[in-house]
Ligand binder design. Structure first.
Ligand code: MG
Length: 257
């Protein structure tokens, strides 16, 4: 396997290749908080991403949050965004790609109706309905609640072929487009960056990052896991602030080359 790390990205940039740096948001760029609406991009991380963009890197954020939610949290001109786990893509200040609409929202609404009563009975669990998906949150809930939610999700996946169910560390994500995920968003961004073989980095922290990590690894890129819940990676760091430190060093190395 080719060596990955800061040196490989510096070498790619020196060889005139584009550099594409892709990140998950919650738990990767931003520390995990007790309510999802409280998550913020730390100032130091924002400054670091701005500096990397100024150094010529294309930066992208790929999240399970809706695009509207993500745009509100990542206010950096030029950064590409993929919301709803890759279903909504945003580049050069506009929506790109297929504009997906859940036809009559029927698939999602039917599944939401079916599981809502069970979720209401579980203390610490709540259902978030988004334009293109839903999340059963269980941040801070008891292990018993978490187990019950995961079983509910596995049951849903077993009987419903029209949804993608992803069990994550803080909740369960349900998408009505099983063929689309963060890995397909990675491919779309690579196709758009104007280099068939860019220097690549992906950092994520959870099970819903697995496809993106696999896609970046398959293309010879550098995969970074934040914390202990992500899939195997080339490099593991403990927290978003450790990731920030690594990215500062990447920026310094790129500017010195
Ligand atoms: Mg995450």
């Amino acid at each position: 396997m080719a060596a990955v790390g800061i040196d490989s990205l510096v070498a790619a940039a020196s060889a005139g290749r584009r550099i594409l740096l892709l990140f998950d948001f919650d738990g990767t760029l931003s520390p995990t908080v007790s309510r999802p609406e409280q998550a913020r991009l730390p100032k130091s991380m924002r400054r670091t991403l701005v500096d990397l963009a100024a150094a010529g890197c294309q930066v992208g954020v790929i999240s399970g949050r809706s695009l509207a939610d993500l745009r509100h949290r990542i206010d950096i001109p030029g950064v590409w965004l993929a919301g709803s786990g890759g279903l909504e893509l945003w580049r050069e200040g506009r929506h790109v790609g297929e504009q997906r609409v859940v036809a009559g929202a029927t698939t999602l609404a039917a599944h939401a109706r079916a599981i809502a009563p069970a979720i209401e009975r579980l203390p610490g669990a709540w259902l978030e309905q988004k334009p293109l998906g839903m999340t059963i949150h269980h941040r801070g809930a008891s292990p018993k609640t978490v187990t019950a939610i995961r079983q509910l999700a596995l049951d849903m996946q077993a009987r419903a072929l029209d949804v993608r169910v992803t069990v994550c560390s803080l909740g369960v994500e349900i998408s009505p487009f099983p063929e689309v995920h963060k890995g397909t968003a990675v491919s779309e961004f690579i196709a758009a960056v104007g280099d068939e073989s860019p220097g690549l980095l992906y950092a994520g922290n959870d099970h819903n990052d697995a496809e993106a990590m696999a896609e970046v690894a398959r293309r010879g890129g550098w995969v970074i896991a934040v914390g202990d819940d992500a899939h195997p990676a080339h490099t593991q760091v403990s927290t978003p602030s450790d990731l920030c430190e690594l990215l500062v060093n990447l920026g310094l190395a790129l500017n010195a080359s």
